[in-house]
Write a protein that binds this ligand. Structure first.
Ligand code: ADP
Ligand code: MG
Length: 252
């Protein structure tokens, strides 16, 4: 069976950079369903670029290569984007800065996760039905944020906002969760809580999780597998427990 995530020969150059200044250089990577993978590497090594490509957020933007998620290409071929759009609805994305709508209630933010499934006009008007609301509340409960459902998102701390963002991907019923530096802006206690929730979603629900992390300690603790990028190339791919200090010194 095809791996859940499959990248072959992915290269990406921004602007008119010279050939040896590629953000991604001929990346090959396969991730199986149910894995929790840490993507590590120094700042500027290409982690976010890779994750954005995986989510189809850099549609039509790669120099070369193929990216398949859940058995389908996430890239658009010309103007025929409908298949790519469908597959993107099954991919959840968590941002470092949470990307909630601050003036909207927590509940409404979480309900937007269902927009890939409810008819557009209903979602646009905020007309979510009882079933969707019950699901959103259940997902908020899962991340310990149900008591905040009727508060504005802007009232929350960073850690709380990130938990709401995770609840949003849960209402989306995302099969693959991509998280780009989800704990980089958080205090250690909130960071741990967020990692525990991601880990729980991976182990209990069997969701595939790919998470970029600055802190290698968290990668070792929560992710069995680590992939390290350096200057756009994969320089390590293996069990995170093999990230020894000497290896890390050669990566960073
Ligand atoms: P990381 O997430 O590992 O810090 P990025 O993927 O953000 O790395 O960046 C990889 C490289 O691509 C860096 O050299 C960065 O400057 C460059 N880059 C990223 N995004 C852009 C962009 N939108 N325009 C131009 N260069 C970019
Ligand atoms: Mg980044």
């Amino acid at each position: 069976m095809e791996p859940e995530i499959q990248i072959q020969g992915l290269s990406k150059t921004f602007g008119k950079s010279s050939r040896n200044d590629k953000a991604l250089k001929n990346i090959d990577l396969s991730i199986e369903s149910g894995e929790m993978v840490a993507l590590i590497g120094p700042s500027g090594s290409g982690k976010s670029t890779l994750l954005r490509h995986l989510a189809g957020l850099s549609c039509g933007d790669s120099d070369s290569g193929e990216i398949r998620v859940l058995g389908q290409s996430v890239q658009c071929n010309g103007r025929l984007c409908s298949d790519a759009r469908k597959i993107r609805a099954r991919i959840g994305y968590i941002f470092q800065q949470f990307n909630l709508v601050g003036r909207m209630k927590v509940m409404t933010n979480v309900l937007t996760g269902t927009l890939g499934r409810v008819p557009g006009w209903r979602g646009c008007l905020g007309l979510f039905n009882a079933e969707e609301r019950a699901l959103a509340l259940k997902c908020l409960n899962r991340v310990g944020m149900d008591a905040w459902a009727n508060h504005r998102a802007s009232c929350l701390s960073g850690g709380q906002q990130q938990r709401v963002a995770i609840a949003r991907t849960l209402t989306q019923k995302a099969e693959v969760i991509l998280a780009d530096e989800p704990i980089a802006s958080l205090d250690p206690e909130s960071a741990r809580r967020v990692m525990e929730i991601l880990s729980d979603i991976n182990s209990v629900d069997g969701r595939t999780v790919v998470v970029t992390l600055h802190q290698v300690d968290y990668a070792r603790e929560f992710c069995r597998r680590a992939v390290a990028l350096k200057a756009g190339e994969v320089v390590f791919d293996g069990p995170s427990e093999e990230l020894t200090p000497s290896l890390l010194a050669s990566i960073y």
